[in-house]
Design a protein around this ligand. Structure first.
Ligand code: FEO
Length: 171
């Protein structure tokens, strides 16, 4: 049986993941209107990934007999200064999410909630990957600087990203 504290914390994380999804959707539309559809597609894949994270948490909460309580999703930013600025914000955001996940793991350990600890390990690894993916794009953008041709080439590469749910989807 999940503790009420863990139930509340997991519900907050569901909200954080759905907010992430919404924020990346906002970034996606910003890129589309800025003439960078590849980056827009990259952000759409990110949107789907975050939705998957939220649903994965939701499934777990249900499975453990917890009560899912969906809360309002706050409005995401709608404007950024540049492509570099967007990706900097993504990295900052993912670092915050990593902190949230780490706090959940600390809570699971303190409560000796082994099932939640095991479940959350997937998210720990996922955050390492998420931060690495964003950092890789950010590093390229820093190298590109104001070179528009190089930016368009990167945009084409970013546009190849497709979200594929892991095999154990929903678990
Ligand atoms: Fe679900 Fe990007 O953290």
């Amino acid at each position: 049986m999940l503790s009420k504290t863990m139930e509340k914390a997991l519900n907050e994380q569901i909200n954080a993941e759905f907010y992430s999804s919404y924020m990346y959707l906002s970034m996606s539309t910003w890129f589309d209107s800025a003439g960078l559809p590849g980056a827009g597609k990259w952000m759409q894949a990110q949107t789907q990934e975050e939705l998957f994270h939220g649903m994965k948490l939701l499934g777990y909460l249900n499975e453990r007999g917890g009560r899912v309580t969906l809360k309002a999703i706050k409005q995401p930013p709608v404007d950024w200064d540049s492509t570099l600025h967007v990706f900097q914000e993504v990295l900052t955001h993912e670092q915050k999410v990593t902190e949230l996940i780490n706090k959940l793991v600390t809570m699971a350990l303190a409560e000796k909630d082994h099932a939640s600890n095991i479940f959350l390990q997937w998210f720990v690894s996922e955050q390492v990957e998420e931060e690495a993916n964003v950092s890789a794009v950010l590093n390229k953008l820093k190298l590109i600087g104001k070179d528009t041709t190089a930016l368009f080439t990167l945009d084409e590469t970013l546009g190849q990203r497709v979200f594929t749910p892991p095999p154990a989807a929903g678990k």
